[in-house]
Design a protein around this ligand. Sequence first.
Ligand SMILES: Cc1cc2nc3c(=O)[nH]c(=O)nc-3n(C[C@H](O)[C@H](O)[C@H](O)COP(=O)(O)OP(=O)(O)OC[C@H]3O[C@@H](n4cnc5c(N)ncnc54)[C@H](O)[C@@H]3O)c2cc1C
Length: 292
Amino acid sequence: MKPVPFDYVRPTSIEETCALLAADGDARVIAGGQSLVPMLAMRLARPARLIDILRLPELSGVRDDGNTVVIGAATRQAATEHHPLIKAKAPLLAKVFPWIGHPATRRRGTIGGSIAHADPSAEIPLVVATLDAEIVVREASGETTINAGEFFLGPMVTAIPQGGLLTEIRLPVWSQPRLGVSFHEVNARHSDFAFVCAAAQVGFDETTHCTACAVGIGGLGEFPVRLDRAAKALIGTDLDHAAIADAVDAAMAELDIWGDLHASAEYRRRVGGVLARRALIDARQAALECPQ
Ligand SMILES: Cc1cc2nc3c(=O)[nH]c(=O)nc-3n(C[C@H](O)[C@H](O)[C@H](O)COP(=O)(O)OP(=O)(O)OC[C@H]3O[C@@H](n4cnc5c(N)ncnc54)[C@H](O)[C@@H]3O)c2cc1C
């Protein structure tokens, strides 16, 4: 199929973009187009006007803001993947890129586009949820900052209001002397969306005591979930296998998990638990191997 006819505009500033969005309830932002263009072609989306933000310089780039790494919403996934600041200060995000689509889709797809699209199995939203990043949204009336825990509301549904533009993502930088990250995913083919995926980031002091821990799972339900209860239970332990298994099992028991054509709820529950445990074990290993 072909898209329904639409107007196309390419604004030159964030203010102009927000004014265009505020003036037309049928307008929609297009960034890399890697999710939106197929939706247009299938007529699952029928905007009257597309507002192209991909070349807005204000929305592109990665910067160090002390306790956070700030990523412009229209920064391309490929540029982020190879950015030295991301590798050094946001290693969990750096870890997931090889799992997202193909090099060609990552060259056009943006960080903000993936977060705004909010596929429950997508890797970037999982990292954002796991690290409880902040998401900045601009409207004609002003700017709002939303924590990841309140941002993802359902499959492809977010807290971005009508007329809102996601402008940047702020990932917290952890200060532990030894940090380890890990990510695991099960899918049909390497470039496909995950059935289930899990991410973990752990920090250690100079001993073997875990002083910071975050773990999250994608693909289990309406949006990626952060296993807060498991993380809290693991801080202060040596992150031994038994402690990890107990903490993850207890957290999994609290989750509502859905099944679909691709994988049953029972399968997702079992695999989710296995991947979360594996991610924590590997993150611990990576942290303990960190030079002090
Ligand atoms: C073959 C293929 C394989 C893929 N595999 C994966 C995969 O394994 N994992 C994965 O996570 N993704 C995958 N994707 C999707 C890819 O990551 C997309 O890049 C991403 O989902 C959307 O980013 P985009 O910049 O292309 O956004 P677009 O497609 O341009 O937009 C997506 C949605 O977000 C909205 N939007 C975009 N930017 C903003 C903004 N700044 N503010 C407000 N709303 C905004 C748009 O209006 C639209 O609703 C795949 C895509 C393809 C084509």
